[in-house]
Write a protein that binds this ligand. Structure first.
Ligand code: CA
Length: 225
């Protein structure tokens, strides 16, 4: 079935329209995606900086932070997740501004749902190798295979939770995450933060103690402290 989303592909929808936003959320979830909805630019910025997504759908006219401004901030922060910009502004100069602003694609409202889904599938197929592979020290972390290949060619297999935790840190290598943030992203069903420490311990045991550093008073980040 060619219409199916890749397994567990994660989509962020940033849309303030009270009808269209929830509609898109239901649409993506119904198509097999894991999807989150941010109702304004600030919420979108927070989600995109803290959660791993495979594609983003951004409205242009948004409260708090305008869509292209949001995209620019994300690109400057190193977020390379492919983005499709949705807008009521359909002039050539608006399209050019969107594409120049870091969007991979651009769709003018009103649009057909089937076309939106098709374009998102293209975005997901176009994910660059760097989106499927992240650097962890001198090693390469393959997000799809959930393996870490060392410079010497040694391969370490990760569990799903280990992979989710490492992906969060590796996608934001300059950032320290609090244990609560990591819990919210990786262990959302867990009440405490003990699992975070447990899984950091597992990853250090598999990848070496310098793979993840403890940031005093904050939490954890990728690499040496
Ligand atoms: Ca809007």
């Amino acid at each position: 079935m060619t219409d199916a989303a890749p397994p567990a592909a994660r989509v962020l929808v940033v849309e303030d329209d009270r009808e269209l936003g929830p509609l898109l959320l239901r649409l993506f979830r119904g198509a097999g995606y894991s999807a989150d909805l941010a109702p304004d630019g600030q919420a979108g910025l927070h989600l995109a900086l803290t959660r791993p997504y495979d594609a983003m759908i951004l409205d242009r006219g948004l409260p708090a932070i305008e869509g292209l401004d949001l995209l620019g901030r994300l690109r400057r922060s190193g977020v390379t997740v492919p983005a499709l910009v949705l807008t009521a502004l359909g002039t050539v100069s608006d399209r050019v501004a969107g594409l120049d602003g870091g969007a991979e694609d651009y769709l003018v409202k009103p649009f057909e749902i089937d076309e939106l889904l098709a374009r998102v599938r293209v975005l997901l197929r176009r994910r660059s190798p760097s989106e499927e592979q992240l650097a962890v020290g001198g090693a390469a972390f393959d997000l799809i295979a959930r393996t870490v290949t060392g410079p010497d060619g040694s391969v370490v297999a990760l569990s799903g939770r280990e992979s989710d935790l490492l992906r969060l840190l590796a996608r934001n290598p300059a950032r320290a995450f609090s244990r609560e943030e990591i819990r919210d992203q990786v262990f959302p069903d867990s009440a405490g933060v003990a699992l975070v420490d447990t899984y950091v311990h597992y990853l250090r045991r598999k990848l070496g103690t310098t793979a993840i550093s403890t940031v005093r008073g904050v939490g954890y980040r990728l690499g040496r402290g």
